[in-house]
Design a protein around this ligand. Structure first.
Ligand code: ADP
Length: 386
């Protein structure tokens, strides 16, 4: 894109010198070399031409500069965007430098990338100097185009992201209501209109309700997932001992833990800066998985340890469950991805939600596992903010 743009609008030399022999010579020499130029008569013309998108350089004769005109040029150059550093070529008097002219030249040189050309003017020197300045300007234009493309891409991304968030939130929120209706009316149908002896109809109704429940679970988890970014209340907001989030999670799963004789051992935990409710949800998901994916007949064991690495705390959550092949260690964090049979309850969203929460804390969550041995989930949380 940038190359096409430059071909369509080649940077032009903006020339300002009292129109006369030198001005004509410069303009003709550049024209012959195939370089576009704009001959200016007044400083106002120079200012206007400098503001043009395709301005390539300023070619200024020393005698055209006075303290006032330098001020005007300085004002317009100081408003250049960050990518722009308009090259300046100054034609000097040709050996008759006075203190005043030196002062003017020094002021001009301070304005940016400038170069002095001695008169009498030789076409070949002028063209070479202009070409080199224009090619440096063309690189600046490339950077400008690149910055613009990047900004546009960022805008598109932000828009798509916010659309997606709103969509996920609205879809999961609004779809749950009709689902509740289906559930209620199926129950009414069962209670009032379907004879208890009609086994086929009873069975179909049970299928409907199972489907509805499953859909409701999926929507509930999808809603939790989109809320993590949407809802201010999910952001890190406090410093606390991480063991508190772990005990919150254990309390929420108390019945499950007792029924399955799960034993969870927790070593000393660091103080972290985070959202206690959200981090406890991460542990809840991990513990619940350790219980769900435990080996048949083997009581689940979960061990949690913490260590300090460069700028982060590493928390390891290890279980003695069925494990999985290491090649699936990334896939399990994707939305709706499950390795297990469908008869194990779940939506395939627990780990996606957990990773999103951890990432919102500036941390990382990943897994290591071996089938038949067990899994370790690793949670890295920044220690600098703790
Ligand atoms: P769900 O448990 O609802 O299926 P998750 O996102 O929590 O969804 O987990 C994704 C998948 O990763 C699970 O379906 C399971 O196959 C695998 N998995 C997660 N945790 C464990 C674990 N501790 N041991 C073995 N497999 C696990």
């Amino acid at each position: 894109m940038s190359r096409e743009q430059n071909e369509r609008h080649p940077p032009a030399a903006v020339i300002w010198m009292p129109v006369g022999k030198d001005a004509m010579l410069a303009s003709t020499a550049l024209d012959r070399a195939g370089i576009v130029s704009k001959l200016c008569k007044t400083v106002a013309d120079v200012v206007a031409a400098t503001l043009e998108e395709d301005s390539g350089l300023l070619l200024l004769a020393e005698e055209a500069l006075t303290p006032a005109t330098i001020d005007q040029i300085q004002a317009v150059l100081s408003r250049q965007p960050a990518w722009s550093d308009l090259p300046i070529i100054l034609l000097t008097g040709g050996g008759t430098s006075t203190e005043r002219s030196l002062h003017k030249l020094r002021r001009m040189q301070a304005l940016g990338k400038s170069m002095l050309l001695e008169r009498p003017l030789r076409s070949v020197t002028l063209v070479a100097a202009v070409r080199s300045a224009l090619s440096s300007r063309a690189r600046q234009h490339e950077i400008r185009d690149y910055i613009r493309e990047l900004e546009q891409a960022q805008q598109r991304l932000a828009l798509a992201n916010s659309d997606l968030k709103q969509f996920a939130f609205a879809a999961s929120h609004d779809l749950r209501e009709p689902l509740r209706m289906v559930n209620i009316f199926t129950q009414m149908l069962l209670d009032r209109h379907i004879d208890k002896s009609n086994r086929d109809a009873q069975e179909l109704a049970v299928f409907i309700r199972t489907g509805v429940r499953r859909m409701d679970e999926l929507l509930h988890d999808l809603l939790s997932y989109s809320r993590i970014i949407h809802d201010e209340r999910t952001r890190p907001d406090n410093s606390f001992d991480l063991s508190l989030a772990i005990s919150d999670a254990m309390s929420s799963l108390m019945v499950e833990i007792e029924n399955t004789q799960t034993r969870i051992t927790v070593a000393s935990m660091p103080v972290v800066f985070g959202n206690r409710t959200q981090l406890s949800l991460v542990f809840q998901n991990l513990f619940s998985n350790s219980v769900k994916y435990s080996k048949p007949g083997v009581p689940p064991r979960v061990e949690i340890t913490a260590s300090e690495a460069a700028h982060e705390h590493i928390i390891r959550i290890t279980d003695n469950g069925i494990g999985f092949e290491q090649r699936y260690a990334e896939r399990i964090f994707e939305l709706f991805q499950r390795l297990s049979d469908n008869d194990v309850s779940g939506t395939g969203l627990g780990l996606s939600i957990s990773r999103r929460i951890v990432e919102q804390h500036g941390g990382r969550l990943w897994a290591e596992s071996e089938p038949g041995v067990g899994s370790t989930f690793l949670l890295a949380l920044p220690s600098s903010a703790a």
